[in-house]
Design a protein around this ligand. Structure first.
Ligand SMILES: [Zn+2]
Length: 309
């Protein structure tokens, strides 16, 4: 296959892969939207159980007080009934005491009961509103689950379509190159970028002159030694590619740090060079090559760092 054709294929593949990976991320991320709703519901249910236990305790207290009240009332009534049959003053005094004490106790119990019943009513109301909240949360969660399922089904359709497109493009490309390419795109979005005036458009680094020349010749697939992206030659807009041949590597070396800093600060959204150390081994290897290049090229070449910017 002609190299230009390979580059075109890679560019098409890049478009497909970028979309595919974004979609795969969405498929992983989408269900997480529900986790907050899910957690809320779980918490509401747990709180409901606790509150219900408090309610049950209050309810049995009320029932106990009612039983007490009934017993005390009976006691008082017995005393009152006994009054009809008394024969002695002593009997009268005893019954009178029984009635008085029972009445007092009755008052106390009624007072406590009324307080407890009020508390119970509040607890019951709270439980009712919790039940409503749980029911509506469940309803929300279910409808969210339904729309998530719909969304995921849609994503999966799109994904299947992209996988089909990918399968159409990949044949004819070197498998190892495709594998590397996929990894670069997963990390950096762009896997194939142009070289203009000897500068990698992916990471904006000035490439070693000899290396840039090889890219220009376009005889094989070359990876940027800094960002590992595949490079293809692109004529500079003004048609002046001369800067490329006079590139001074010593000059570019001095600029490397600056270029990197600029990159991180200004170009994040555009080129995402957050991992210049991608594929460490390779970069080191390439750096060695680069140093060799330096010693070869320095003599014959002149400063041209004005190519930057
Ligand atoms: Zn690069």
């Amino acid at each position: 296959m002609v190299m230009t054709e390979v580059f075109e294929k890679l560019k098409s593949l890049q478009e497909i892969l970028v979309e595919k990976y974004a979609l795969e991320d969405k498929i992983v991320e989408a269900p997480k939207q529900l986790s907050a709703q899910d957690e809320l519901l779980t918490r509401l249910k747990k709180e409901y159980i606790d509150k219900n236990a408090v309610y049950e305790e209050a309810r049995s207290k009320v029932l106990g007080l009612k039983a007490d009240l009934e017993a005390t009332e009976k006691n008082r009534e017995q005393g009152e009934a006994g009054m009809d049959n008394i024969t002695t003053h002593r009997e009268y005094e005893a019954l009178d005491k029984q009635i008085t004490e029972a009445s007092e106790r009755e008052q106390e119990i009624r007072k406590e009961l009324s307080g407890q019943e009020k508390d119970l009513a509040v607890l019951q109301e709270n439980l009712k509103s919790d039940e409503d909240m749980i029911a509506s949360s469940e309803k929300d969660l279910n409808s969210s689950k339904q729309s998530l399922d719909k969304q995921l089904a849609d994503y999966n359709l799109q994904l299947a379509d992209l996988k089909k497109k990918e399968a159409d493009v990949v044949p004819g490309l070197d498998q190892e190159i495709v594998y590397k390419f996929q990894r670069i795109i997963q990390r950096n979005k762009l896997g194939i970028v142009a070289v203009r005036k000897g500068v990698c458009e992916g990471c904006h680094m000035i490439l070693p002159a000899q290396f840039a020349n090889e890219v220009r010749e376009g005889e094989k697939i070359l990876f940027c030694p800094y960002c590992s992206r595949i490079l293809y030659y692109q004529e500079a807009e003004d048609g002046d590619a001369a800067g490329y041949f006079t590139m001074n590597d010593a000059g570019s070396l001095a600029d490397i740090d600056d270029t990197f800093d600029d990159d991180d600060e200004n170009d994040d959204d555009e080129t995402e060079t957050e991992s210049p150390d991608i594929e460490d081994d390779e970069t080191e290897e390439n750096e060695d090559e680069r140093e060799e290049d330096d010693s070869n090229d320095n003599d014959s070449e002149t400063e041209s760092s004005d190519d930057e910017e």
